[in-house]
Design a protein around this ligand. Structure first.
Ligand code: FAD
Length: 538
């Protein structure tokens, strides 16, 4: 038997199929189809440099039934081993109380999953509801009901990513195979196999919800426990070590939970919890970005990116960057092809938005954030939490502009600083989850950011034809791009208080689903490597 990795197999999107791929593999390796015993696609990307001629480019791994004659070719490697993630080895220090994880977003989920798989029976505390109830709560909020500050687009099972586009790409490196493991795990629990090899994997909110529910059941079957509607209110420390936490649930029952091991996987919107933790843990302010979201008809983006709006191609993404005349970067962020802008608020009388899509990405609209970094001293004062107050100020202004509805404005009106009166003439249907209203949103952000956004949109129009169309629509406000703080941790991932592991996006160690999940895995590895699981009694 031989194993062969073959790269750079190009297939015209119009004739793309597994049969065609294997045909090309055989031709390249000079073997017959019947020689192939098994295969695994490793990478699939899109090449639209010569639009409208668009190609898929594959990397594939095959095992042959018998040893084959090797040929010399830069795209062919023989007998290369695939990198496979290995669960951590169990340590030896005693751990008599079960580990507690606060937050069941991607970071808490993967931390809990690895701990459960290694026999540590974690207890997970999550302030929001389980996915089914949370989905109902969020849908009714989008339909005009009052916000539930404990269970919303930011809080609840699956965390902030649950109502997301579900982009599963990240800039972080994958030396240990953790990222591939996350993708393979999502596939194992319900996602299509293509997320394991697409260069820009996308799962969609609908599929992601199913995967999370399935993983939760697996964690429970391995002895883990998940308490929804339960919020961490306080932590108890003795001699520099954590000795327990105080929680309350939706019936207002308070509880002290005894633990020496606490993972804080809080997400970037747990502002009240950051205030509480600031009394105990060292934190620093962190730069983050704010801006607006922009909607275009997806066909405009497809034409700009592919030179065709052929429905056999997936809705096109984009990633754009610009440096303004005064040297401030403006960039697209969390782009959602075929998606929806969503009201992603989590505090009363404050409004924040984000983007979401379903697996099929077929809403007909593209949206993305256009954001600019806010330096840490923008929120004046020495308070480490001042950036939170800056975010809150922006979100209050946004909320007040249209009485809680998402304020929206045609790009041409934003440029001319005039209120949009109606969207009846824009020529396409806006895809927004949550109520929205025409407005003039120029008063929300500092004028230099408005000006930089206009400069950027004009510049992007030269890169992606149609991007600066008059009838693109801007919506406010994108204020939660990442955490405004970082809770300090040492090289063993522990805070200065022993036994506390700050993790994921909220504590400043990730940005996005994949990096948050990978950070959760790293924390689980650190715990497993250190402690034995033999003494766990409860
Ligand atoms: P979170 O997912 O925020 O999870 C933290 C959890 O902690 C929450 O469930 C919260 O309820 C809980 N919690 C907080 N405080 C307490 C407390 N005191 N007690 C108990 N529980 C508490 N990223 C991508 O990579 N791709 C995307 O396509 C994408 N789209 C997004 C779309 C939307 C609408 C949003 C809001 C975010 C999106 N993101 C996306 C960002 C991504 O969701 C986050 O980066 C990721 O979820 C961070 O994971 P986390 O586990 O660190 O935190």
């Amino acid at each position: 038997m031989s194993s062969i990795t073959i790269s750079n197999i190009k297939i015209d999107y119009k004739v793309d199929s597994i049969e065609m791929l294997l045909l090309k593999v055989c031709k390249k390796c000079k073997i017959k189809k019947s020689d192939i015993d098994s295969f695994k696609i490793l990478k699939k990307s899109i090449d639209a440099r010569h639009k409208p001629d668009v190609f898929y480019v594959y990397q594939i791994f095959i095992n042959t039934k018998n040893k084959v004659k090797k040929i010399k070719h830069k795209d062919i490697i023989y007998d290369k081993k695939l990198k496979i993630y290995k669960l951590p080895k169990v340590g030896s220090e005693s751990l008599s109380k079960r580990p507690v994880i606060v937050g069941f977003g991607p970071c808490g989920l993967f931390c809990a999953y690895i701990l459960a798989k290694c026999g540590y029976k974690p207890l997970i505390i999550e302030r929001g509801e389980d996915i089914d109830n949370r989905s109902k709560t969020v849908e009714s909020f989008w339909n005009g009901d009052k916000l539930n500050p404990e269970s919303n687009v930011q809080f609840g099972e699956g965390g902030a990513g649950t109502f997301s586009d579900g982009k599963l790409n990240t800039g972080v490196s994958d030396k240990f195979g953790r990222l591939q493991y996350i993708l393979e795990t999502f596939h194992e629990y319900g996602a299509d196999e293509n997320i394991t090899y697409d260069s820009k994997p996308h799962i969609g909110t609908d599929v992601l919800k199913e995967c999370i529910k399935n993983m939760r059941e697996e964690i429970k079957s391995l002895g883990g426990e998940i308490r929804f509607n339960t919020r961490l209110d306080d932590i108890k420390i003795e001699d520099g070590k954590v000795i327990g936490i105080v929680t309350h649930n939706k019936d207002n029952d308070k509880e002290f939970i005894d633990t020496n091991l606490l993972v804080l996987a809080l997400g970037h919107s747990a502002r009240d919890t950051f205030y509480m933790l600031n009394d105990y843990l060292k934190m620093e302010r962190k730069t983050y970005a704010v801006g607006l979201r922009i909607i275009h008809p997806q066909s405009v983006i497809n034409m700009g990116q592919y030179g065709t709006d052929d429905e056999r191609l997936e809705s096109a993404p984009y990633k754009l960057t610009y440096k303004s005349e005064d040297d401030i970067p403006v960039f697209s962020f969390c782009m959602c092809p075929g998606g929806y802008v969503v009201n992603a608020s989590s505090e009363d009388n404050r409004l924040a938005i984000n983007g979401m899509s379903y697996k099929d990405r077929n809403s007909g609209c593209a949206n993305s954030a256009l954001v600019s970094h806010i330096e840490t001293d923008v929120a004046k004062g020495s308070d480490v939490l001042a950036n939170i107050e800056y975010q809150r100020g922006l979100e209050e202004k946004t909320y007040n502009l249209c009485d809680g509805k998402i304020p929206a404005q045609k790009y041409i009106d934003f440029k001319n600083d005039v209120k949009t009166e109606s969207f009846a003439d824009i020529g396409y249907e806006l895809k927004v989850k949550g109520e929205y209203e025409p407005a003039n949103i120029r008063s929300i952000l500092p004028d230099y950011i408005n000006k930089n956004i206009i400069e950027a949109v004009e510049y992007f129009g030269n890169k992606l034809s149609g991007f600066n169309m008059d009838n693109a629509v801007l919506l406010a406000i994108e204020s939660r791009t990442s955490s405004p703080i970082r809770i300090l941790r040492n090289e063993n991932f522990e805070s200065e208080v022993k036994g506390i592991y700050p993790a994921g996006e909220g504590c400043g160690y990730a940005g996005g689903i994949m990096s948050a999940a990978a950070d959760g895995i790293k924390i689980a590895e650190a715990i497993v490597n250190k402690f034995t699981n033999e003494d766990l009694r409860y």
